[in-house]
Design a protein around this ligand. Sequence first.
Ligand code: TPP
Ligand code: SF4
Length: 280
Amino acid sequence: MEYCPGCTYGVFENILTETIQEMGLKEETIGVTGIGCSQTMLRGSGMGGGAGGMDFDNIGGLHGRALMGAVAAKRCNPKCLVFSIQGDGALAGIGSQHWLGAMIRGEKITAILLNNAVYGMTGGQVAPTTLLGLRTVSTPWGRDPEKWGFPIHAAETAATFRGVAYSARVALNSPQNFTRAKKALRTAFEKQRAGVGMSFVEFLSACPTDWQKEPVAALKFLGDKMIKEFPLGEFKNVDKIEYEIDPEVAASGRTGGLRVESARESEKSSTDTTPSSSKR
Ligand SMILES: Cc1ncc(C[n+]2csc(CCOP(=O)(O)OP(=O)(O)O)c2C)c(N)n1
Ligand code: SF4
């Protein structure tokens, strides 16, 4: 609710609230933020919270840990619509292990990434998504891939995980793209409601303050340079996550439970030809 002039986080807020309102889910929604400029959306500015302005339940998490808050909220309230909102520093930097872990497990939440290519709230340090060559307060001569690596493509990465049902990248730079962004968010929420798998939406967003640009120039930079590095589109959209468990694999390996182990042993004893010395 309290952004710099020209910040497109406010556009995202509109998209989010309209989508929840239109889906009629206000009473069943839990949103989770961490620390970063997006934290003001749900709980107002500052660690102590405040007037966030969104009329649904929310949890304020730690920097990089919002996604895990969402996982916990969803596991405890499986019928609720649960999402996390994080900047790129939080999701792909400090909290990347939580993001990967949630995707590995296919948690049935919606993870929202607001990608403005920098750590916004703390003054614009280099982030995993920073464009090559972009000057930031911690890369004053520009992001050099030899020292800082290459920008991570989060939506494409999410799409490679089997537990992810939907992954898309949208941009907050034009009315046409606002409409597409809203459609993507709704699809992500619908996947969650249908229990298909995890859903992920990356919103490219302008940070005029840390990009050191006027608002109009920042929107142009978003449309020209951010979208060039991070193409828009859907990278995965499935209605069912198919998998098969090989019964031989399922009958193998350690159970870790002695009672189960001995039950299995007696069940197998008539046909088992494995020498007892090689059993574990
Ligand atoms: C564990 C921890 N490390 C670092 C910080 C300091 N910190 C607060 S906000 C922030 C940057 C947020 O950047 P990003 O996640 O990209 O979100 P944005 O502000 O751009 O929306 C950092 C590093 C913190 N609060 N907690
Ligand atoms: S620092 Fe950047 S992301 Fe944060 S409110 Fe200002 S413009 Fe928006």
